[in-house]
Design a protein around this ligand. Structure first.
Ligand code: SF4
Length: 162
């Protein structure tokens, strides 16, 4: 299996995924990550939070046994947010846990997005898992994503551009 953060990075930037899976991590210095951690620690005080499974996926929140929650700061990477949550559902299903829905919470936007696991998602996720594995095993660094607005906010910006 691959981890939730690897799955997320696959949709954000494959180069970032490569750095991360080759032990090059700068996320602790990234302001966005600090803000994300602050949200996680200070909202939803009465819920069961940060459920780590097999050191691979870290579910932010479970409020109802059938619905898992992922807490996000912004909708900038909505596709990545949605697929990361679907991957968690896929992962739990593979262990026999019957979950079909999740919610992405954006507490500072006062918004939530409902995510449903669709019929074709399993096959798509399995293809993505294979692609992530081949990126992890590759010695070649994927190219830059050529989205300077995204790159300027990335912890690896100095690696890529300076
Ligand atoms: S700076 Fe841009 S290209 Fe480099 S890892 Fe980050 S998002 Fe990817």
């Amino acid at each position: 299996m691959v981890s939730g953060i690897e799955f997320y990075y696959y949709f954000v930037c494959k180069r970032k995924l490569w750095f991360y899976t080759h032990g090059i991590s700068m996320e602790d210095e990234n302001e966005d990550v600090k803000i994300g951690k602050y949200i996680e620690e200070n909202y939803y005080k009465n819920s069961q939070k940060n459920i780590m499974i097999n050191d691979e996926i870290n579910i932010d929140l479970i409020r109802n046994k059938k619905i898992i929650h992922e807490i996000k700061k912004s909708q900038s990477f909505e596709e990545a947010n949605i697929w990361q949550l679907k991957y968690y559902i896929y992962y739990l299903n593979s262990y026999g846990v019957d979950v079909k829905e999740g919610i992405i919470d954006y507490p500072n936007l006062r918004k939530r997005v409902m995510v449903t696991f669709e019929k074709d998602d399993k096959e798509y996720i399995e293809n993505v898992i294979n692609e992530i594995k081949s990126i992890k095993n590759s010695e070649k660094i994927p190219g830059k994503i050529q989205q300077i607005k995204v790159c300027k906010k990335c912890a690896f910006y100095e690696f890529c551009y300076i």
